[in-house]
Design a protein around this ligand. Structure first.
Ligand SMILES: Cc1cc2nc3c(=O)[nH]c(=O)nc-3n(C[C@H](O)[C@H](O)[C@H](O)COP(=O)(O)O)c2cc1C
Length: 187
């Protein structure tokens, strides 16, 4: 029997990302782990309305989503404890401007440049629904066919209940294979 532990948010782990925008011409970076997929071509970035970065997102209608990997986790984590309201974070990363003009973290092997399509305000959070304008991937995380390979990328994962970062695990199977095997066994 499962124990009812209340209405705890339990949809973890999620990937940790650093969101990048410009505010008054300067890059700023914020760590976000409440992110998600909406339909097949939209993503969600959930940011508390009090954060410094939100003004830049709303003004430009653009943001970069930089997947965090272990190599640069300390700097990504720093973006999650220091606010641009108090500290200029513009020089924290070497960055490159994408075609939409957003600053992108050079250390991140995978960056999506996004356009804000909608904002869903809820309980003090601004939830940005974004389309993906461009995806920039380092060659080292692409397979022989040029597809993203998450065995090579290894995004850092986050979970809130004990406030920890996790590694991704190993491959346990090809999607739909186990279901087909099960289907056969029931026939
Ligand atoms: C692991 C981790 C995950 C975080 N995830 C989120 C998040 O999903 N949404 C959010 O609004 N803040 C999140 N934060 C908090 C912000 O990153 C933090 O308050 C940051 O300093 C805000 O920066 P800014 O004011 O410069 O935008 C997270 C912090 C950490 C350490």
């Amino acid at each position: 029997m499962k124990k009812n532990i209340g209405n705890a948010m339990a949809l973890y782990p999620t990937p940790a990302v650093v969101v990048g925008v410009r505010v008054e011409g300067k890059a700023t970076w914020t760590l976000v782990a409440h992110v998600g997929i909406v339909a097949h071509d939209r993503l969600l970035v959930s940011l508390h309305a009090s954060h410094y970065i939100n003004q830049g997102i709303k003004e430009s209608g653009r943001l970069s989503v930089n997947i965090v990997t272990e190599e640069w986790l300390p700097k990504a984590d720093y973006c999650g404890i220091v606010s641009g309201h108090k500290q200029d974070k513009s020089t924290l990363f070497e960055s490159t401007a994408g075609e939409e003009g957003t600053p992108m973290v050079n250390e991140s092997p995978l960056t999506m440049e996004c356009r804000v399509e909608d904002v869903y305000a809820c309980n003090g959070f601004e939830n940005f629904i974004c389309s993906i304008a461009h995806t920039y991937a380092d060659e080292s995380i692409l397979d022989e066919r040029g597809k993203l390979d998450y065995n090579r990328l290894k995004p850092v994962l986050f979970e809130f209940p004990t406030y920890q970062y996790l590694r991704t695990g190993s491959v346990i199977g090809q999607c739909t294979e186990a279901g087909k095997q099960y289907e056969k066994s029931q026939a």
